[in-house]
Design a binder for this molecule. Sequence first.
Ligand code: FHN
Length: 597
Amino acid sequence: MRLNRITFAITPAASARGLILAIALSAFAAWGSSLARADDPSVTDAATADAIKHWQDLRFGLFVHWGPVSLKGTEAGWSRGSEVPAEEYDALYKQFNPTEFNADRWVAIAKSAGMRYLVFTTKHHDGFCMWPTKAADYHIGQSPFRRDVVGELAAACRRGGIQFSTYYSIPDWRSPNYGLLSPGGSVKNPTPNMPRHFELVKNQTRELLENYGPLGVMWFDGDWEEPWTAKNGDELYGYLKTIQPSLIINNRVSKGRLSTNADGSPAGKGDFDTPEQHVGDFDRSQPWESCITIGERWSWKTDEKLKSLKSCLQTLLYTVGGDGNLLLNVGPMPNGEIEPRQASRLREMGAWLAKYGEGVYGSRGGPFKPGDWGASTCKGDKIYLFVMDWPGVGPLTLPAINQQIVGYRSLSGGEANVTAAPSGITVDVSREHRDPIATVIELTVSGQAFDVPPSPVTLRSGSLAFGRRATASNVFAQMSEYDASRAVDDDRSTRWATDDVATAWLEVDLGELTTIGRIEIEEPEEFRRVESFQVQSYDGRQWHVLLEGEAIGPQWTREVPPVEASRVRLIVLRSKGGPTIDEFRMFGSQGETETTP
Ligand code: FHN
């Protein structure tokens, strides 16, 4: 229990023994009252609820994956015993001396991005601790660097006024007690001792709270591994709340990343959901945070391919529009610096947010749900529209709402033109003032904007595949959020994704013979992997090759001589990594764009 600073008005006559006794009694009282508070579910829930509200208002945080593995430029944990022999990996700390590490500089970079909290990997699956833990013999204090990285970061965050949180991996593939070993948790430990591992987890997470707390979030990882049970997670959740009632704990303390399992059963404990490498679904009931990399990897890699400014900012806007937080990850270099390219991308984000980000912080998602059109947030009597795509030159049509629109203005330049009718709300800004990242329009309504019922906005592409039955040869981890239907939903914030396969197919059933004159395919900017593909059509008797291509990219469009087809499929013949497609669209001789509320 971290003791509050205890001060006494001490008369010269007070004896040292009396002072020690007074401090001890006061400390015991503080400890006892905190336990009492933590035992009282109403107070603990209130503490958690207040902490979650504050955390949600922060909206945007920096995730940092860093450790001695940065010397190899490979993934933390996962490369131990695969790209890097385990013995070599485990000795990396002996040469780890990041002389350019400066916690205040990291915090300054986070703040320049508009980030308001920071989550740091105190211990990843490789078991190395970035603080001088007393509970294990494998930590930063034994490296040439010796300094307490976690402690310096915690202090710098406090100085910088941003919330500090700790990532802690439950899996420890180096530990003789954990149930799974390297490479990548793929080897069963013949002599595990999970009760002892549980004690290590409790002792180390208590150290983090007592030495560096109060923390914002204890960010656990490792939910997918079977040696750890939901019962372990629930017990650990309760234990940590007795140490810091206001602590927020993510749902990876238990099993699963969403609050309900695929079969609808409730998942284990956790204060927020943790969708990874994608924007979570719109959800105002369960707090959630998407964790996403600024490049392709979590840890440092020399030739990392960074996402564009547009991709990073639109990811943030889609996330807050869904009522979620975004935790955007960087992997610092072995010398302790955040790579200048990544720092620059973050500063660019901050520059845009400084001008147009009013609706990002302290707001809630909706009422207009995210979609191809963009996203929206609300705060007080304001609705913020982040329009990312327009139906051609025309205005955007939004569903009518149950409140009056009493004012509007463009925050990103030009004049907004807004009209409201029972059929819907039309919103327009002249083309020259439409921001390529997002045109930001503020609506003022007659009541509390959060009370407007959420509704979808559909920017119909006119694709004949829209909503049609789609199937695929492979779906990532069999997860519905990545199934074939996500490639025909006219929603670029969703995608069909696959496991790490080199070939795959995606097929659309049009229901009846239909004339096809144009094909459009969209591959996510950050996952361009297809190297060779075909588009084939089925005329009721046999398949015909319609088109062939190599790279797809963000917008691949080809006209074809009109052909009759009842089914159309994309066959990926070669891909570096599992192919993933945002949209697979097909049109008659002319595709139209229209919006319908
Ligand atoms: O295996 C880890 C991975 O290295 C990274 O830390 C991510 C971040 O959320 N979590 C696990 C993969 O889901």
